[in-house]
Design a protein around this ligand. Structure first.
Ligand SMILES: NC(=O)c1ccc[n+]([C@@H]2O[C@H](COP(=O)([O-])OP(=O)(O)OC[C@H]3O[C@@H](n4cnc5c(N)ncnc54)[C@H](OP(=O)(O)O)[C@@H]3O)[C@@H](O)[C@H]2O)c1
Ligand SMILES: *[C@@H]1O[C@H](CO)[C@@H](O)[C@H](O)[C@H]1NC(C)=O
Length: 255
């Protein structure tokens, strides 16, 4: 169930040139910051319990162990973007994995997040959303975050955020996959220069073609897996392209 979440992209405290995108720009997408565009890896690894099929409901020691191991595997494979949220209860383990042996944290972009409203059953209202946005801007002004974004917002929530925003809304994370993709939301984000990012980008479909479809639509992806082979394949999306008029259009028409 989507929640209203305000995600904070704490892309470490590094200059754009330090990020892995300098070496492989084709694997990255631009996002807006207060001081200009920054490149962000287009493929992120998620750390939500739902991504770990082997863990029993509410077994958070299982979830935490999976998150720590999978983030370690992701970093070893060259992945440099990790999606976290306070309520996933895996942020400590992400930090431990990132800080792990012989990795250079300055070359590791990590996405953390701050929740705005904690329940799908409760609408915090315009004022709270706007105040939360201003608080996240403060994190940018204090140098704690490089870019800030939102998640699971509707068009009204975006407009009311833009009304008060002084720092660009860098990114919007929404459910996006072949079965469920809101084309109006993509257009709205493109109009405002907000990078759209997909959660559940597979939506039950399989593998690389589905993720590549999102990337070719201009949508970054957050994949969820603790299977190292799947991680490798989810990172290996840059040596091929789908045909725009047949494959990309055909997948877009599946909905
Ligand atoms: N903002 C929000 O409201 C929100 C909501 C939900 C999720 N999220 C974020 O999005 C992340 C991803 O969500 P999700 O787990 O639903 O995404 P997903 O990647 O669409 O689905 C995950 C499933 O796909 C499988 N998979 C991954 N790569 C594969 C591959 N190459 N080949 C075959 N199967 C593959 C995984 O199985 P295996 O384990 O077998 O690989 C897993 O069962 C979450 O971890 C979380 O960070 C955000
Ligand atoms: C967005 O959700 C709010 C409730 O938070 C609602 O008042 C508004 O009508 C919704 N806007 C759209 C475009 O669905």
């Amino acid at each position: 169930m989507p929640r209203l979440v305000a995600a904070l992209l704490a892309l470490a405290r590094t200059a754009a040139a330090d990020l892995p995108c300098a070496a492989k720009p084709e694997t990255c997408v631009p996002i807006k910051t207060a001081t200009g565009d920054l490149m962000m890896p287009a493929v992120a690894l998620g750390t939500w319990r739902g991504s770990y099929g082997d863990c029993a409901d509410n077994d958070y020691s299982c979830v935490r162990a999976k998150a720590k191991a999978s983030v370690g595997d992701w970093l070893d494979l060259g992945g440099r973007h990790i999606d976290g949220a306070n309520d996933y209860r895996t942020q400590v383990e992400i930090g431990e994995a990132v800080a792990g042996a012989d990795r250079d944290p300055s070359a590791t972009g990590v996405a953390a997040s701050a929740d705005c409203a904690a329940s799908p059953y409760y609408d915090p209202g315009t004022k709270v959303r706007q105040e939360t946005w201003k608080a996240m801007e403060l994190l940018v002004k204090l140098g704690k975050a490089v870019a800030v974004g939102i998640s699971d917002y509707n068009a009204t929530h975006i407009e009311e955020t833009l009304e008060v925003a002084e720092v660009p809304v860098a990114l919007h994370q929404v459910e996006w996959n072949p079965k469920k993709h809101d084309e109006d939301m993509l257009k709205l984000c493109q109009k405002h220069g907000i990078q759209l990012q997909a959660w559940s980008p597979l939506g039950g479909a399989e593998g690389s073609v589905t993720l590549k479809w999102s990337l070719q639509r201009g949508v970054a992806v957050v994949t969820g897996t603790d299977n190292k082979d799947h991680m490798a394949s989810d990172l290996d999306l840059f040596g091929f392209a789908l045909g725009y008029y047949d494959e990309v259009a055909a997948i877009s028409a599946l909905q």
